[in-house]
Design a binder for this molecule. Structure first.
Ligand SMILES: Cc1cc2nc3c(=O)[nH]c(=O)nc-3n(C[C@H](O)[C@H](O)[C@H](O)COP(=O)(O)O)c2cc1C
Length: 217
């Protein structure tokens, strides 16, 4: 099949101005909860919290990767990573991050833009402790985004760490933790037939109010 012939129509639902909460975080939670509720098994719910996150380097060149949303509250959108990774270094140089969620079953996309900042070490540690031991060891073993000679390097580091931390007590690496993206712009996209999609954009004003506008699809 040719790539150009792959297409779908979107006809599940519409999105109207009265459907929207005045607060985009509340609106996001509503859509997120609906995406979760529509997935009845754990397998279906897998990666429902996956988002593509974009950062930019010193020359303004973007890079993207998927991260898992681990929380959302009045501060914004939280994910965890290695602060020395490429994304971490880019955020240190320029905190502007964009994020996109796509829920194909709901025919919905949400895009977010804002500045990322590190959450407190105490808050990161609370999450770190909830991760399986293997993930906690991996946070030490992987110098994320660095070039490595071969897989053996990773596996021998892993073996050393297994010996160093034989029990459940694996501390959080100093260069690991969460970021919160404080949104200044959030857009909700609902697919509609014939590509006449519904789009609403929230833009944060200087006085912290949100202005909502419909955008052409
Ligand atoms: C489904 C999925 C979930 C992921 N979740 C995370 C995550 O939460 N945090 C993270 O640092 N990397 C996550 N990754 C790996 C990133 O996509 C990426 O490879 C890594 O963070 C290094 O990115 P960077 O070199 O641009 O910093 C995930 C990848 C996939 C495919």
């Amino acid at each position: 099949m040719s790539i150009a012939d792959i297409r779908r129509d979107y006809n599940l639902a519409g999105l109207r101005r009265p459907d929207l909460d005045a607060d985009p975080i509340v609106q996001f939670r509503r859509w997120f909860d609906q995406a979760v509720a529509a997935r009845s098994t754990e397998a279906e719910r897998m990666d429902v919290n996956a988002a593509t996150a974009a950062t930019v380097d010193a020359e303004g060149r973007p890079s993207v990767r998927i991260v898992l949303l681990k929380g959302v509250d009045e501060r914004g959108f939280i994910f965890f990573t290695n602060y020395d990774s490429r994304k971490g270094q880019e955020i240190a140089g320029n905190p502007n991050v964009a994020m996109v969620f796509y829920w194909p079953d709901q025919e919905r996309q949400v895009t977010i833009a804002g500045a990322a900042s590190k959450i407190s070490r105490a808050e990161s540690e609370t999450y770190f402790k909830s991760r399986p031991r293997g993930s906690r060891l991996a946070a030490w073993a992987s110098h994320q985004s660095e070039v490595i000679a071969n897989r053996q390097v990773l596996e021998s580091r892993w073996a050393e760490l297994q010996a160093k931390y034989p029990g459940e007590d694996v501390p959080m690496p100093p260069n690991w933790g969460g970021y919160v993206i404080a949104p200044v712009r959030i857009e909700f996209w609902q697919g509609r037939p014939s590509r006449l999609h519904d789009r609403f954009r929230y833009v944060k004003q200087a006085d912290n109010r949100w202005v909502i506008e419909r955008l052409a699809p």
